[in-house]
Design a protein around this ligand. Sequence first.
Ligand SMILES: [Zn+2]
Length: 163
Amino acid sequence: MTDEQRKERNTHNLTECNPAFRLKVAAILTDMEGHGWRPRIQEGWRSLARQKQLLADGYTKVGWGMHNATTGDGKADSLAADILDDDRPNHESTRFLLMLATSAKAHGCVTGIDWGLAQEDRDTIRSAIASRDFDTKIEVGWDPCHVQIGDISIQEARNGARP
Ligand SMILES: [Zn+2]
């Protein structure tokens, strides 16, 4: 998509994020753009109906996740955003994914870059992030473009915890 479309999409998706999380995602997008990437929020908030479909199709492992968070009165309050590389959507380089994970960490968030991996592979990713060695050869977990708030578990978020 054009940069105009991409930015419009990002702006719209940010409005459906929890206000404190939104600031973090905006900072991550700015960070990635500063490194020459064209990050696109593929999806921020999502309905429970859509979550159910994604679960059935095997794209997620939870029936309620950070994307489903709402305010007390039921408005979108997402605590997760999927950030793709608009130049290679769904075929992101490990360099993009490692930089995304590093920026996310710097802003108190985590990505799914190491989800489902063996401890050894998780450790490789951890040191690549710590040393900012974005060309490290890594195994990639099952949800590397997914960015969510750190320090709050799904259960806590579901019970109303917010950053
Ligand atoms: Zn996600």
